[in-house]
Every structure is written in structure tokens, then in C-alpha cells.
Write a protein that binds this ligand. Structure first.
Ligand code: PMV
Length: 323
């Protein structure tokens, strides 16, 4: 029997969510909160078991997945079939440490881990570019059109400057010098599609003033990667605060998110903002060296969970292969 385990990191958008959907650039980083997939050969057909969803089902490329939450995996297999993959029988168990619908890209990272484990098992591991494009297609079928920043971050890893047009424009590895990224959950779950559609509608209705905000966000993301390269955490924090204001302007903040954002700043964060689709989900704070505990404590007093992951970690990878 052959067994393969692959994992993919979660993602945190540091600057530029929403604006990236309509062509602005965004800065996103891979964080050490992992989704894993373990594939073993044998059995009949391709069986998927998701521990976090509590489902087990056989995926059939000719029909819809028996549970809508498994549809991205079924679509991933359809894409493999169209690339002439022989869909050998296997059992794939997937699991994620990232809570769903929080802004961490758990669905993209689970699908990427699934695809990498399965294609390695069948002897033809997808390269990064194909892994990205199939993960993106699988995500789109389940969640509606997206910018692709989630699949790009979890597949390529590191910290990326991203646009829909050019995909990964620039990629850095490793942590943010002089500061620590802290993630706090508002405890409010939401879909991505709802806020995304309302922002697109707002831009259509408002026209020019909204377009100016998109241009500002684009430059903010570019300035963000430049600040990272210089190790200028103070400037990155400032850009995060500014970006949060732009996200408030387009209507995706909420009282719960504002509470966390301002608590982090009061405790000494260089910057803090909502991250992901907003109206719930997570906020991120950039704590300077020496203030980490104070910022973490302020957030812990308000949030159901707070994490301090490594950032800029490698993308999807095989972690174990036994024959
Ligand atoms: O909250 P999430 O993880 O679904 O992030 C979505 C990011 C958006 O920019 C709002 C949408 C997208 O496709 O880029």
C-alpha cells in the first residue's frame, strides 16, 4: 500500500482584499495553520473523508458531489480527468486546522492539499502552476468567481504581491522583520460571496469616488511589499490602518471588527485591520517586538481565539510518502 500526506498553509490577506477582485494588487501571506490530506491507494473509486465536515463519500466525475461541500473536490477530479489523469481508486482523508468562513482560505488550502496528495499517490504530482489553476477552478465552482488570491497564496506560499491579471507579481519568503502578525477571530461567520457582491455593486453605483479608492488600495499594496523588503514594520502598520479605513468605506467592516481593530491599536499594534471578506471573520494586528504580549492579551480578552502563526511559510508540499 502507498500512503501520501500533503499539507497546505492557510492565507492571510495583509493588504488589498476586495479591491483585488477588480484588478487592484493585493499583498497576501501564507501562515502556519495547515490543512492536510492523506491519500492511500485501493478500494473502489475515489473516496473522500473530511474530518472537519464530518462527511465521507465517493466522488464521481460524471455527477455532482453527494454533499455540496464536497463539490470543489469533485471539480478538482474532473479537471484532472480532462488533463488525462487516470483516476485510480483511493481513499483521501482531509482535515484543516483553519476554521471555515473566517477569512483564512481553509477551502483553498484543503483542496490544494487533496490534489497534491492524490496526484502524488497516482505517480504524477501536479506542478505548482497546475496545482494553482485547478485549485482556483475548484474554488470557483463552489464559491462563485474569485480573484484567485487564496489559491495562489496557499499553493506558492511566502508573501505575494498578486493581481488577477498578472497572478503572482512578486514573492518573498520568511517572517516580517521587527514585528509579529497576530490573528484574532471576531466569532462572526459569513460567506465570502455576500460581501464581494455588495462591494461590486457599490462600485458600480458610486463610480468615480469608489474607483479612486481602488487606485489608492492598489498603491497601498505595492507600498506594503516595498516596506516588507526594507524591514519597515512601522510603515507596513500604517498602511494596514489606512487599508482598514478603505475597507470601512466600502462597507465591509462591522462593530465586532472595529472593536478588535481599535483594541489592538490601543495595546500598541503598529497597525490592525480586518482581513478577508469582512463583516465578520478575522482581524490581523502587527505587534512590534516587545508589545506582542500586550496586543495578544487585549485581543484574547475579546476574541474567541487568537493565533500567532509563522508568516511567509512555504506553500503546498508533500510531507510524507510511504510505500
Ligand atoms: O474571506 P476570504 O478568505 O474568503 O477572502 C476573500 C478575499 C476577497 O478579496 C474578498 C475575495 C477574493 O476572491 O479575492
Amino acid at each position: 500500500m502507498t500512503e501520501v500526506t500533503a499539507r497546505a498553509p492557510s492565507k492571510v490577506i495583509v493588504l488589498g482584499e476586495h479591491f483585488v477582485v477588480l484588478n487592484s494588487r493585493a499583498l497576501s501571506t501564507a501562515v502556519s495553520i495547515y490543512s492536510r490530506a492523506t491519500a492511500e491507494d485501493g478500494g473502489e473509486g475515489v473516496i473522500i473523508e473530511s474530518k472537519s465536515m464530518g462527511v465521507r463519500a465517493r466522488l464521481d466525475v460524471g455527477s455532482r458531489a453527494p454533499d455540496p461541500r464536497l463539490e470543489p473536490f469533485a471539480e478538482a477530479l474532473r479537471r484532472l480527468r480532462s488533463m488525462d489523469y487516470d483516476l485510480a481508486p483511493a481513499r483521501v482523508v482531509v482535515d484543516s486546522d483553519a476554521p471555515p468562513s473566517a477569512g483564512l482560505g481553509s477551502s483553498a488550502s484543503t483542496v490544494a492539499a487533496f490534489l497534491l496528495a492524490y496526484t502524488t499517490l497516482v505517480g504524477d504530482p501536479l506542478n505548482k502552476d497546475n496545482l494553482f489553476s485547478i485549485t482556483l477552478a475548484a474554488e470557483d465552482v463552489a464559491h462563485g468567481a474569485s480573484s484567485g488570491v487564496d489559491p495562489a497564496t496557499v499553493v506558492y506560499g511566502g508573501t505575494i504581491l498578486y493581481s488577477i491579471k498578472d497572478r503572482v507579481i512578486e514573492r518573498l519568503e520568511g517572517p516580517i522583520r521587527g514585528a509579529r502578525l497576530i490573528i484574532a477571530d471576531s466569532g462572526v461567520r459569513r460567506s465570502t460571496a455576500g460581501p464581494v457582491m455588495s462591494v461590486i455593486e457599490l462600485r458600480r453605483r458610486l463610480g468615480q469616488p469608489a474607483e479612486l479608492i481602488y487606485s489608492a488600495a492598489d498603491i497601498v499594496a505595492l507600498r506594503g511589499i516595498e516596506a516588507l523588503k526594507r524591514g519597515d514594520a512601522a510603515e507596513l502598520g500604517l498602511l494596514m490602518n489606512f487599508n482598514h479605513g478603505l475597507l470601512s468605506a466600502i462597507g465591509v467592516s462591522s462593530p465586532e471588527l472595529e472593536d478588535l481593530v481599535y483594541a489592538a491599536r490601543a495595546a500598541g499594534a503598529l497597525g490592525s485591520k480586518l482581513s478577508g471578506a469582512g463583516r465578520g471573520g478575522i482581524v490581523i494586528a502587527l505587534a512590534p517586538e516587545g508589545s506582542e504580549d500586550k496586543v495578544t492579551g487585549a485581543l484574547r480578552a475579546r476574541a474567541p481565539w487568537v493565533l500567532k502563526p509563522e508568516v511567509g511559510v512555504p506553500g503546498a508540499e508533500v510531507v510524507e510518502l510511504t510505500r
